[in-house]
Structures are given as structure tokens and as C-alpha cells.
Write a protein that binds this ligand. Structure first.
Ligand code: GRF
Length: 221
């Protein structure tokens, strides 16, 4: 499956995906191109160093013309025959124009347990709210902000004394585990989308896993 990855920043999720590829955990995944909306994105070098062409489509060049930006993105992907678009820290919302060109073929990683804490400033909002569990979600992209069908989620505790840096680092480690898994399932054709519900074909969880719960703070201590 031919993949494009869209980034805006440092590209650690891109790195985790390429690590998974190099370890043989993403059979059939062909990383064709990385696209950034920002010139200075660290993800651009990260991609090139690992043999993936990287391009910039500056959002700023399109001013209020969101449609023009999305049409340009479609045009840029055209020669690569892209079958799945992976948003990895892409700080732009994609609307109908782009999503119609890639129906059910755009996925995202979000650093919260959706539907809680969509959008920006997630970690500060979680700390302010006082949640005990945080985490990350890989999901399909629909025209809303972080509202598409959930593929996989992972939870971590919020610890006493956490600040935004500590919490975001803990969540990022989960992102790096669940996103390559989501992409592996997609590439191998194991993801079935029915309405809002995602089923993973041939998933065979052990009885221990189905009975597992993650409770924080721990009981009886
Ligand atoms: C991650 O926290 C991701 O969940 C969010 O943006 C951040 C990107 O980080 N969408 P990186 O560029 O992958 O390091």
C-alpha cells in the first residue's frame, strides 16, 4: 500500500512509523512521500535521512483559500498513487475537498482519549480538568475536528506533579506504540469500518487481555 505522511513539526510519530517499517512490522507499507505545510518542520529532514522524499506545501501561501490548499495537496500526491494518508502531527484541518479525494483513507493520531479533549492544548486542559487517565487515539479523519471513527486507543495515568512536558512525553510513548499498529492493520486490510465502528479482522485477544482494566490511582493502596 502506497502511503503519504503529513507532518508539521518534529516528526517523532513519522520516526516511529519508519522504525516499524525497518523492523519489518509494516509488511506491504511503501512510504512514498512526506508532506509538510511548514518549511522548518523537523519531519522533512527525518524523512529525507531515511530515504523518503519530502515536500513542502506552505499553508501560508493560500491565505484564506483552504480549498486551494487542499486542491494543491491532492495535486502533489497525484503522481505517487497514494492509497492512505497518515496525519502525524499535521496542524491543519482537512475539509471536504481533500477528504472526498481520499474517502476513508485518511487517519490521524491525537494525544487524548477521544472524544475527550479534541483540538489543541490537550495536555494543559487535561491537567486543569484533573483527569486521572490520559492517553492517545488513532482514528479515521472525517470533516470534524478529531471526531472520526476510533481505530485504537492507549491509556496512561496522570501522575501527581505532572506538568505539560511530563504528561505529553508519557502520552507520546503510547502514540509511538499504537500508531504503527493501526497502520499495520490498515496496510494488511484488517480494518473494517461500519458507520462509526471499526472492527479489526481476526483479532484474537487472550482472556487476560479482555478482562484487563487500567485503574488509576491503584485500588487498595
Ligand atoms: C503528537 O502529539 C500528535 O499526537 C499530535 O501532534 C504531535 C506531533 O508530534 N497530533 P510529532 O511531530 O509526531 O513528534
Amino acid at each position: 500500500m502506497k502511503l503519504a505522511v503529513f507532518c508539521s513539526g518534529r516528526g517523532s510519530n513519522l520516526g516511529a512509523l519508519l522504525d516499524a517499517r525497518d523492523k519489518g512490522a509494516l509488511p506491504g507499507a511503501e512510504f512514498q512521500v512526506v508532506v509538510s505545510d511548514a518549511k522548518g518542520a523537523g519531519a522533512l529532514n527525518a524523512a529525507r535521512e531515511r530515504g523518503v522524499p519530502a515536500l513542502v506545501v506552505p499553508r501560508s501561501a493560500f491565505h484564506a483559500n483552504q480549498d486551494g490548499f487542499e486542491r494543491r495537496l491532492i495535486e502533489v500526491l497525484e503522481p505517487y498513487g497514494i492509497e492512505l494518508v497518515i496525519l502525524a502531527g499535521f496542524q491543519r484541518v482537512l475539509g471536504e475537498t481533500f477528504l472526498k479525494a481520499y474517502p476513508q483513507r485518511v487517519v490521524n493520531i491525537h494525544p487524548a482519549l477521544l472524544p475527550s479533549f479534541p483540538g489543541h492544548m490537550v495536555w494543559g486542559n487535561e491537567l486543569e480538568y484533573g483527569v486521572k487517565l490520559a492517553g492517545a487515539t488513532a482514528h479515521f479523519v472525517d470533516p470534524g475536528v478529531d471526531t472520526g471513527p476510533v481505530i485504537i486507543q492507549g491509556a496512561v495515568p496522570v501522575l501527581p506533579g505532572d506538568d505539560v512536558e511530563a504528561l505529553s512525553e508519557r502520552i507520546l510513548k503510547v502514540e509511538h506504540r499504537i500508531y504503527p499498529q493501526a497502520v499495520a492493520w490498515l496496510v494488511s486490510g484488517r480494518v473494517e469500518l461500519k458507520g462509526r465502528t471499526v472492527a479489526i479482522k481476526d483479532l484474537d485477544p487472550s482472556p487476560e487481555e479482555t478482562g484487563a482494566s487500567f485503574i488509576w490511582p491503584p485500588l487498595g493502596k
